[in-house]
Design a protein around this ligand. Structure first.
Ligand code: NAP
Length: 265
């Protein structure tokens, strides 16, 4: 018996087999959910279809979240094909490469708007569009990063966007609470994905993370998938508006010493 037997789950933001959305999708499938997958553009279809096939998923829909008509169309299709939705995963972010290197003050007006629109507003837009078909007990989940609360060099406008996304999570949780719908965020440690490749100095950050986190280990998309199962399932029935860290404990460390400090190994 799976933890999500009989539940319908939609995942937004699958790009390839390295995507966090793929770790989550596989875990949702393992736990028995019926799955729908959404991807950004025609270009990605080639990469997404074989992944969908791997888990026997036939519901694969394009949705560019900057377009309200795309969001409305995908919500309508989901209503027709699934009836009601129990889990909605938002694993989407974007900022121009030029915004993710050098000083934050160089962020352009257009770059700022784009990052906020795609990485933050889209969560509001999806929540609103799907609200009529969310079953009581449903769970909405988005993906954030520690750069929202502390400065991560080069993360820049995306850190600001993630702070807004975490606030959005709390406001949506407040609105949806009376309907029995929960809204939470997962704050994942750095993972080598397409989106991460655009962040200046990511390679160093990834290495630093493994050296400095209490568990001395990087995290995987499977770790995020398993945490998502907790938030998606009734195991977290009274948890909403929260940010769950999946980061080998990196966020608890205030003063960073050398990699060997604090270790008896
Ligand atoms: P990813 O595989 O590149 O996923 C990002 C997804 O966002 C892609 O599918 C991308 O599609 C999609 N997207 C961008 N613009 C879109 C639009 N207009 N409409 C619809 N979808 C759009 O990278 P990822 O690392 O797994 O990122 C997933 C989430 O995890 C993001 O919110 C990210 O910030 C977050 N996160 C990542 C890390 C990390 O270290 N990797 C850590 C913490 C949190 P395209 O490829 O077509 O643009």
């Amino acid at each position: 018996m799976g933890l999500l037997d009989g539940k319908n789950a939609l995942v937004f933001g699958l790009a390839n087999e390295r995507s966090i959305a793929w770790g989550i999708t596989q875990a949702l499938h393992r736990e028995g959910a019926s799955i729908g997958i959404s991807y950004a553009g025609e270009m990605l279809k080639r990469r997404v279809m074989p992944l969908a096939e791997k888990i026997g998923c036939t519901w694969v829909e394009e949705c560019d979240v900057t377009k309200d008509e795309n969001i409305d169309a995908v919500a309508k299709k989901a209503a027709e094909d699934f009836g009601q939705i129990d889990v909605l995963v938002h694993s989407i972010a974007f900022a121009g490469r030029e915004e993710l290197t050098g000083p934050f003050y160089n962020t352009t007006r257009e770059g700022f708007k784009n990052a906020m629109d795609i990485s933050v507003y889209s969560f509001v837009a999806l929540a609103r569009a799907f609200q009529p078909i969310l079953r009581p007990g449903a769970s909405l989940i988005c993906m954030t990063y520690y750069g929202s609360v502390k400065v991560a060099p080069h993360y820049n406008v995306m850190g600001v966007a993630k702070a807004a996304l975490e606030a959005t999570t709390r406001y949506l949780a407040y609105d949806f609470g009376p309907h029995g719908v929960r809204v939470n965020a997962i704050s994942a440690g750095p993972i080598r994905t397409l989106a991460a490749a655009g962040v200046g100095g990511f390679r160093d950050m990834y290495k630093h993370f493994a050296d400095m986190s209490p568990m001395r280990e990087n995290i995987t998309i499977d770790d995020v998938g398993n945490a998502a199962i907790f938030l998606a399932s009734d195991l977290s029935a009274r948890i909403t508006g929260d940010v769950l860290y999946v980061d080998s404990g990196f966020n608890i460390v205030g003063v960073q010493m050398g990699p060997k400090e604090g270790s008896d190994q």
